[in-house]
Design a protein around this ligand. Structure first.
Ligand SMILES: C[S@@+](CC[C@H](N)C(=O)[O-])C[C@H]1O[C@@H](n2cnc3c(N)ncnc32)[C@H](O)[C@@H]1O
Length: 269
């Protein structure tokens, strides 16, 4: 539904297979996705009926407002998007978004910006440029996708803007939390992206808090690319599984073809 760099859309089926292998097919009470972005895992899990309730969180509040609009008022969102898309002036939308960050404007920026890659300046303002070759997803398709997502999630999803520790605070034994925080390489240095990074200490604290309440944790973190291993040691309470190899989205951004083997860390039984 939402184009988003780092989306787990392609990996979601493999992640859900591992979840089923661990827990079986019966739906879990609540599936939390506190670093949701495009909420690829939530959408795939909802499609497969794997949870009774979905909790979708992200610390970037305009993104959560966009999710709320998709599910609560899909037609209104699609109409607003159509008006912005018809005008077709990316720079004007980006400037208007800074003073009034509405869901339709954010969706347009995401569908038109370079490689669907969100970038923010030091002041936290969305500063990614337009991809001149793209007009952005056609409004008819946006309407279709918004209604489909609304049908899937209405009445069984909650959307929460905030830090992952806060948005998962009510998760309990029997619930599952899928974590896809910004990775180290995208948190520090030249390649920092998203509106906020996520440090290793914060991640360890989050995992410890979830485990203390008996929540099953699935964590996508780091990976191997081009033969280099980017993984940092994680708590012993998690075991590392390897997902089937995928083409590296980050290398594709740089015009290269590389395969990554992403790890999925899962709470030990
Ligand atoms: C790697 S992306 C997640 C991509 C997502 N799995 C998907 O399928 O699109 C990481 C997300 O974490 C969010 N984020 C960064 N710091 C956060 C925090 N402290 N708490 C919650 N979300 C955070 C970012 O805004 C970004 O959307």
């Amino acid at each position: 539904m939402i184009p988003y760099q780092g989306s787990k859309r392609l990996l979601a089926p493999a992640i859900l297979d591992l979840l089923r292998a661990r827990l079986g097919d019966a739906p879990v009470p609540r599936l939390y996705e506190p670093f949701a972005g495009s909420a690829a895992l939530t959408l795939a899990a909802a499609q497969a009926g794997l949870a009774q309730q979905h909790i979708v969180g992200d610390s970037y509040a305009p993104l959560i407002a966009l999710w709320q609009a998709i599910v609560a008022t899909p037609q209104q969102l699609a109409d607003g998007y159509r008006a912005v898309w018809n005008a077709g002036d990316y720079d004007a939308v980006r400037a208007a978004f800074h003073s009034e960050p509405t869901p339709d404007k954010l969706l347009y920026l995401l569908t038109r910006c370079v490689k669907a890659a969100v970038r923010f300046n030091r002041q936290g303002a969305f500063n990614q440029a337009a991809d001149k070759r793209r007009r952005g997803t056609h409004p008819d398709r946006v309407a279709l996708l918004a209604h489909a997502a609304a049908q899937l999630l209405a009445g069984r999803a909650q959307f929460r803007a905030g830090d992952a520790l806060a948005t998962t605070a009510d998760a309990q034994a029997g619930d599952v939390a899928y974590l896809d925080p910004p990775w180290h390489g995208t948190t520090v240095g030249r390649d920092a992206r998203y509106h906020a990074g996520y440090g290793h200490a914060a991640l360890e604290a989050l995992i410890a808090a979830l485990h203390a309440r008996g929540v099953l944790v699935l964590l996508s973190y780091d990976g191997k690319r081009g033969g280099r291993d980017f993984a940092q040691p994680l708590p012993q309470s998690l075991e590392r599984l390897e997902l089937p190899p995928q083409r590296s989205a980050q290398a594709t951004l740089l015009g290269r073809v590389e395969w990554t083997t992403e790890s999925l860390y899962v709470s030990r039984p």
